[in-house]
Design a protein around this ligand. Structure first.
Ligand code: TYD
Length: 155
């Protein structure tokens, strides 16, 4: 991945600092209950897009990495439905690491942000909500091509 040293983003504060590429932590409603807590997310209300797709990553073997790409148009909201992991986000110049470890907040990732998910705890479940159906054409899988597009804009 990219050249710069990743800085850790502290997700324990109520108002975390702005994250590279327009990424941000969004705290969701939490209905605390002795029978178990409940959180929810409504597209267009808690997150800035209408949800067109949900997918989840689970049974991740130790040391595995997921992602390692950006999207031209897709917006995502990433939640640690169970366990914890790190999301590395990169705008082509700067890179930061966001740890997700509670299921009542998530990371909003706009288009044109390189992202990789790593350091999965055992039995973690990564829930990802997306603004568009799956399309391989929307992926940018080459970091140099992505960084060039970020710096120069589309031709
Ligand atoms: P990919 O997005 O490359 O996985 P990751 O970024 O987590 O490493 O997707 C892996 C495979 O799954 C790829 O062949 C495409 C397929 N896929 C779908 O068919 N639909 C989906 O919604 C997603 C996210 C992936």
């Amino acid at each position: 991945m990219a050249a710069t040293e990743p800085g850790m983003v502290d997700t324990t504060h109520v108002d975390p600092p702005e994250i590279v590429g327009g990424c941000r932590i969004i705290t969701l409603p939490k209905i605390a209950d002795v029978r178990g807590n409940l959180s929810y997310v409504e597209g267009g209300r808690h997150i800035p897009f209408v949800i067109r797709r949900a997918y989840w990553i689970y049974d991740v073997p130790g040391g595995a990495l997921r992602g390692g790409h950006a999207y031209h148009k897709l917006e995502e909201f990433i939640i640690a439905a169970s366990g914890s992991f790190d999301v590395v986000v990169d705008d082509g110049s700067k890179r930061e690491v966001v740890q997700l470890n509670r299921s009542y907040f998530g990371l909003y990732v706009p288009p044109m942000v390189w992202r990789q998910i790593e350091n999965f705890s055992s039995n973690s479940v990564t829930l990802i909500l997306g603004s568009l159906p799956y399309s391989e054409e929307d992926y940018l899988r080459d970091y140099e091509a992505f960084a060039r597009l970020r710096h120069e804009g589309p031709k």
